[in-house]
Design a protein around this ligand. Structure first.
Ligand SMILES: [Zn+2]
Length: 348
């Protein structure tokens, strides 16, 4: 069967390969892939910048934003043939650390977790994969192809979960305003979940027009392309989804008192700025502000994400998927083209 594989650490080594059927040791549930979403992590792996093959193997099957139909599942798994499922990406570390032992592998403390399609486990960019029932999330069949958005949505479900947990440190903290920086898939899903929580949502991105602008407005949120427009906004929650160092610098200290900044974008090291640490520290201390980072998601977050997608407007979600590429032309999905938001590879 066909799979997209890569030699981790070697740039432009990705290819469409013929691989054996998945081993039973991957899990008792056999899934036939419907679609695969691609993201910046996949591009980073293909460029040789990240990724690890399974122990004893050279190539890694790529892909972590999955969607498939169950073909075979044991009766006790709670899954049945035909169910639409998405695979969880991370697996707990083998020790396990206290977080992984409690099912919060997204908070792994020793870094020895593994991830499908990224770190020491084959991914979902293959025509059939196997998975453990407890790492498969059944989704509402009415979502259809939109279920491929579940994994990126789970990242935001975690970001929101932790934002709200932090917020509860203060009595009666009830956020009213959200600023999201970046209107890519992550930023748009952050904005969607902010609207679902009843917040006044603002999104800052560079584009002056185009599908991202329209999607923000269709949510009932306010779109800004000029950073000076949001200088006085003072949001209660700020979700930084660009990973762009100058944007991150401008976010620090920009919230209302007791504000929470969630950093959700990953950056390359090497960007240096002069920052008035005295002034920034003064603001953070006197305002009880929090800046925290958030990555990955555990099973509870995938369930929260499945609920969020089930409640969302399906036409709006469909507009996020701006390009669909057949498996034979998989490499086109990894190109960045104007107007792209979420690009997916069709396996059927
Ligand atoms: Zn761990």
């Amino acid at each position: 069967m066909r799979a997209i594989t890569v030699l981790p650490g070697v740039a432009n080594s990705a290819r469409l390969d013929d691989v054996p059927e998945p081993p039973l040791s991957d899990g008792t549930v056999l899934v036939r892939t419907v679609a695969l979403g691609v993201c910046g992590t996949d591009r980073e792996i293909i460029s040789g910048g990240y990724g690890y093959a399974p122990p004893g193997q050279q190539r890694l099957i790529l892909g972590h934003e999955s969607l498939g139909h169950v073909e075979v599942a044991p009766a006790e798994s709670g899954l049945a043939p035909g169910d639409l499922v998405v695979g969880i990406v991370r697996r707990p570390d083998p020790v396990p650390c206290p977080a992984c032992a409690a099912g919060e592998w997204d908070m792994c403390r020793n870094g020895r977790y593994t991830e499908r399609g990224i770190k020491e486990r084959h991914g979902y960019g293959v025509e059939r994969f196997r998975i453990e029932p407890e790492f498969a999330i059944k989704i509402d069949p009415s979502l259809g192809i939109l279920g491929v958005l579940l994994e990126p949505t789970s990242i935001l479900a975690k970001a929101w979960d932790h934002t709200q947990r932090i917020g509860r440190r203060a009595q009666g903290w009830e956020p009213k305003t959200l600023l999201v920086t970046g209107a890519g898939p992550v930023g748009l899903l952050a904005a969607l979940m902010g609207v679902q929580r009843g917040l006044d949502v603002h999104v800052l991105d560079r584009n002056k027009a185009g599908p991202k602008v329209e999607l923000v407005r269709a949510l009932g949120a306010t779109y800004h392309y000029d950073p000076s427009d949001v200088e006085e906004l003072k949001p209660d929650v700020l979700m930084e989804c660009t990973g762009a160092p100058p944007v991150i610098r401008d976010c620090l200290g920009a919230t209302a008192p007791a504000g929470i900044i969630c950093l959700a974008g990953v950056t390359e090291p090497g960007s240096k700025f002069e920052i008035d640490i005295g002034s920034l520290n003064r603001t953070l201390v006197l305002d009880n502000d929090v800046v925290f980072g958030s990555v990955n998601a555990n099973r509870r977050h995938y369930q929260m994400a499945a609920d969020a997608l089930a409640r969302a407007d399906k036409d709006w979600l469909a507009r996020m998927i701006t390009r669909r590429v057949p498996l034979e032309r998989w490499s086109e999905a990894l190109e960045r083209r104007p107007g792209d938001i979420k690009v997916i590879i069709d396996f059927q």
